[in-house]
Design a protein around this ligand. Structure first.
Ligand SMILES: [Zn+2]
Length: 93
């Protein structure tokens, strides 16, 4: 039995996007990250907000789980997720 491949979110480090955020040709997936709410190909291409900027705002806003239809995994920790994904933006404390 093989599980479908999952993809990490470049904004928040959520490890389980269903599709790659960008196709090899560069188009966005239009998938919305359930964790940070970034929509690939829309938040960046249409709204002009870079993943780094979205991450900065998400962290500043308290790193809240974004999806209203999916609940966060039990014992989910945004801080741990960012650290594990080695994404910048967290203060060192
Ligand atoms: Zn995300």
């Amino acid at each position: 039995m093989s599980l479908p491949k999952k993809h990490p979110c470049p904004v928040c480090g959520w490890p389980a996007l269903a599709e790659p955020p960008r196709s090899p040709s560069g188009g966005g997936s239009y998938e919305i990250c359930p964790c940070c709410g970034f929509q690939f190909g829309v938040s960046d291409d249409d709204a002009g907000i870079s993943p780094a900027e979205w991450r900065r705002r998400w962290i500043a806003g308290g790193m809240k789980w974004a999806s209203l239809s999916r609940t966060a995994p039990a014992r989910w920790s945004a801080t741990r997720q960012l650290r594990r994904a080695k994404l910048p933006g967290l203060s060192q404390s």
